[in-house]
Write a protein that binds this ligand. Sequence first.
Ligand code: GDP
Ligand code: CA
Length: 337
Amino acid sequence: MRDITVLSGGHGGSKFISGLLHGISTGRIPGIEEDARVTVIANTADDLWMHGVKVCPDLDTVMYTLGNGFDHDRGWGRKGETWSIKEELEAYDVPGTWFGLGDRDIATHLVRTQMIEAGYPLSQVTTALSERWLRSVWDDRVRLLPMTDDRVETHVAVKDADSPSGLSVVHFQEYWVRLRAGVPVEKLIFVGQDESRPAPGVMDALLKADLVIVPPSNPVVSVGTILGVPGIREGIIATPAPVVGISPIIGGHHVRGMAEQMLAAIGVGATAAEVGLHYGTRGAGGVLDGWLVDAADADALESLHASGLKAAAVPLWMSDDDSTADIAAAAVGLVAR
Ligand code: GDP
Ligand code: CA
């Protein structure tokens, strides 16, 4: 297999892709050639405008992680970051300072915003930004595509006793960063999704792939939003490539983030089995051929097999590139068999 396509959110997706690339280049993933190319289709429904600049958190997390610019200690943003602009904005007491924009990070958003305002679609902007982060490190072995060039935004309706309706609607980033995913969710709203189209290259990346991977990204607000772009789900159902997913839920909990809250909001239980069944089996309307769960969730295998999915249980903690490469190898082995 030479052409691998991965759907990705931010943190979980990019950690997986980092380990996948490590595994590929060290020849430890049987079935994948050492010169294989990886195309990443990234979620853009977290994107927002802040202080006049367009921010694309998941695209940037993938870019910075694979380009050795990610701050692994903080868990987001650029390493070596400084915060002068944030401090100055706070001194002006402008709204929106809950969203931390570092000085280095802002340069990325300025370049992106200038290009968008000059009329370039996000996909071309992403290719331009990738020159620095991806091409310099991976040459043409890694390609980053936004799921769509159109505006799609996840909004969250939360309970709000101060509002006359008892509800208020906030951007997903406000729910996650300012409200720390700590308020009850009434409803998720995917603004613009029904009218969005896959970005250039996305459909080809699915239909011409040798393997499609759904990494341990958030099933609702990362992978769910990608699958919600009209055409993408159909492309995954139609591709001749095998499709394999890795559970972001271990032992009934997300490892990091807010998948439990997001799954509850769409009525899916936060277990490895229920998430696999939610994605579903190709041939029965779903998108997967195989689903990898953690060793702690081996009791999920029976219901997964009964649904027609290939499934196996192995340790799914992505503690470093080596352990993540082993996860990737197990996922590939599941559907390459
Ligand atoms: P985000 O956009 O930054 O939220 O990142 P993603 O959507 O790509 O990934 C978030 C998901 O990654 C969460 O649901 C986590 O449970 C999952 N995750 C993070 N670390 C690990 C890990 O080590 N193993 C597994 N299986 N999942 C993980
Ligand atoms: Ca995200």
